[in-house]
Design a protein around this ligand. Structure first.
Ligand SMILES: Nc1ncnc2c1ncn2[C@@H]1O[C@H](COP(=O)(O)OP(=O)(O)OP(=O)(O)O)[C@@H](O)[C@H]1O
Length: 648
């Protein structure tokens, strides 16, 4: 029996809907995948793999030794009965019985140890490959792996390995090697006892095994549309982020019905394919059955005629049973599941290696910027996009002052911050910090100089301490701060600056509280509360030495009061920093020392709030539209308009 895999798999079709299309029964890419996966396994864990192979071989060979001992017993019995147990033959029988008992015990021990080794290696290989993917992604300092379409597709394929569980390869190999060892040992014993049996039966079992394997590959529905759709519907029903809509719109029942329809299609397709393959395999099965019966009848007649000892006949019968393992499919599906994603991981590594900095500049960014950050004729286009976001963008950002960037959706505001933080590189032009090209600064040191909260900031499902402390991991890991209470002091100070202190006070376990309901005792925060926590994270970075603060839509999730509160503390938040604020809310924007309007990849207006209003251009028009809307809303609800864009 195959071992139970710690992961998934089973008789039903494996959801391989994300894998490449491949309807070949035994294609070159599958064989290459198996070779590549085995190569990775052996190189990473030579000792463990060797041990597993040895245990599988020994465990597979033991049944044949058992068969030989049984044959010997059968041969000894008549003489032992005649001579009694104290006769030499009787003593031989006792010795053989002791050997048989020991063998049974050994077989059980080997099986147990093999299971242990296989489970251990399964976990290690799983963890090893997943860590390899993680390291590959994190070593790339910029966003190319996610923004360049070719790299992004390779990254998608590589990270899917987490779903398929590469460790299944180990469970599969363990079962496969044991089955093959059993089949080969039985063939060797049969050849020794009565060569005709081995010559006739072994090739039949091997050919049948080949066909069965081809059937199972053919019947594994790669890349079929119904399977993709069924997979999507399944995920839709299970993921918490969709739970609200599914229930509100009463989609639950419909979803189950649609899943049923898709799944039936998958299964029908599967059986259509299986039926074709099973005709050939069925014929081969019939042939194997006839050949086995014929061999057995001839061998029995030969034994009755005295040409073959009875003990040998007993050995032969057992060997014939063992030879059927040559056709065994044990482990094939697991090997397939574990191996197929491995080439994707290797291909991803090769691609990612082209994006790792080989000559990391060593110039530190400490103390920068003291004067300015300047964009000089910057040209930037996302890989795979036809039109550039910026062509010849010129912008000088004065150090120690705040700059607001305004523009319609898609104008390039977030892209500007990615360039500024060094997460993307311009294709032409330069970004200089106090005259030094950003590309010549040590990337990590520049990133320590920048605190940024992007629109899609991360909600870490971790304790509040981490959610804020991640803004200054290195500084907070300083041995001088080893005392946790001092770390907590810094975190609370950052939270106070961001107006998140009250949120912390409301947490049941203080900074230890997980900000996720998926943890026992964890809590979920509202969108606005999360935004303050994210802001506190940026403040932690500022207190650790960051001199540039990038806030991309810092008030998007805030209610009117919270927005007004942030607006009040804006000067304090940005004081002494080079602050770049992006916002569609003009109440936030107008506080900035300077405002630029981005349009068509260029700066089209530049000045203070009052100057731009007086200029009566794009900014003034956008500002008035928003102010008017707020005023209308305030009138309609008879509420005093506390949030009008024009409020000071
Ligand atoms: N990763 C990406 N890959 C390809 N194109 C992108 C990517 N991110 C943004 N773009 C494109 O670049 C342009 C500028 O996008 P960006 O997000 O910088 O605009 P934005 O001004 O911040 O918009 P919004 O106000 O909606 O946040 C848009 O046309 C957008 O479609």
């Amino acid at each position: 029996m195959p071992q139970s895999a710690p992961g998934k798999s089973g008789d039903q079709p494996v959801d391989q809907s994300d894998r490449r299309p491949d309807d070949q029964p035994e294609s070159a890419h599958r064989r290459a995948a198996r070779r590549a996966a085995l190569g990775v396994l052996v190189r990473a864990f030579p000792g463990w793999t060797g041990l597993l192979a040895a245990l599988a071989l020994v465990g597979g060979a033991l049944p044949s030794v058992f068969a030989l001992l049984v044959g010997r017993l059968v041969d000894l019995v008549p003489d032992a009965v005649r001579g009694g147990f104290s006769s030499p033959d009787g003593r031989r029988i006792v010795t053989t019985l002791v050997l048989v008992g020991s063998l049974l015990l050994a077989q059980e021990i080997v099986r147990m140890v093999r299971e242990l080794v296989s489970t251990e290696l399964y976990r290690r290989f799983d963890e090893y490959l997943l860590s390899r993917v993680m390291t590959t992604i994190l070593r790339v300092p910029r966003l190319d792996l996610f923004e360049d379409p070719a790299l992004a597709a390779a990254t998608d394929r590589a990270v899917r390995i987490a779903r398929f569980g590469p460790g299944e390869l180990v469970s599969g190999l363990s079962a496969k090697w044991a089955g093959q060892a059993q089949g080969l040992a039985a063939t060797a014993v049969a050849a020794y006892v009565w060569p005709v049996a081995a010559v006739v039966l072994a090739p039949l079992w091997i050919v049948l095994g080949h066909h069965l394997r081809a059937d199972s590959f053919r019947a594994n529905p790669f890349w079929t549309e119904p399977l993709r759709r069924a997979g999507y519907l399944k995920r839709l029903a299970m993921m918490p982020e969709w739970a609200k809509e599914l229930r509100i719109f009463g989609l639950a029942e419909r979803l189950v019905d649609r899943f049923g329809v898709e799944w039936r299609q998958v299964m029908e397709q599967l059986w259509r394919t299986r039926r074709v393959g099973y005709r050939v395999s069925g014929t081969l099965f019939g042939l194997a059955l006839l050949a086995n019966v014929a061999v057995m009848v001839i061998a029995a007649r030969s034994a009755l005629a005295g040409g073959l000892a009875i003990g040998s006949l007993a050995v032969l019968v057992q060997s014939m049973f063992g030879m059927s393992q040559l056709a065994s499919q044990d482990g094939d599906v697991w090997i397939e599941n574990g191996a197929v994603p491995v080439p994707d991981v290797l291909a991803h590594e090769r691609l990612a290696a082209t994006r790792v900095l080989t000559n990391v500049p060593s110039r530190t960014a400490r103390g920068l910027p003291a004067r300015e950050i300047s964009f000089e004729r910057v040209h930037f286009r996302y890989p795979g996009r036809e039109s550039p976001v910026f062509t010849d963008l010129d912008l000088t950002i004065e150090a120690g002052r705040s700059l607001a960037v305004v523009g319609l959706n898609g104008a390039g505001k977030t892209t500007l911050t990615k360039l500024l933080t060094g997460l993307s590189l311009p294709q032409a032009g330069r970004i200089r910090v106090d005259g030094v090209d950003l590309a010549d600064l040590e990337p990590m040191s520049w990133r320590r100089s920048v605190a940024a909260i992007f629109q899609d900031f991360v909600h870490y499902p971790l304790p509040a301490r981490d959610n804020i402390g991640f803004g200054a991991v290195e500084a907070l890991a300083d041995p001088g701060l080893a005392d946790l209470s001092r770390v907590d002091e810094q975190i609370r100070a950052a939270a106070r600056r961001a107006g998140a202190d009250q949120i912390l006070e409301g947490l049941p376990d203080g900074l230890d509280t997980y900000l996720s309901r998926r943890h026992t005792g964890g809590v979920d925060l509202s969108g606005g509360q999360w935004q303050r926590i994210a802001l506190a994270r940026a403040m932690a970075a500022v207190s650790a030495g960051a001199r540039v603060l990038v806030l991309d839509e810092p008030t998007a999730h805030l209610d009117v009061r919270a927005e007004a509160d942030l607006y009040d503390r804006f000067l304090d938040l940005t004081s002494g920093l080079t602050a770049i604020v992006i916002s569609h809310r003009f109440s936030t924007v107008r506080r900035a020392d300077r405002i630029v309007v981005l349009d068509g990849g260029r700066i089209v207006e530049d000045g203070t709030h009052d100057e731009l209003l007086a200029a009566n251009g794009r900014y003034a028009s956008l500002f008035r539209t928003q102010a008017l809307r707020y005023a209308d809303e305030a009138q309609a609800t008879h509420r005093p308009h506390t949030t009008a864009a024009g409020d000071g």
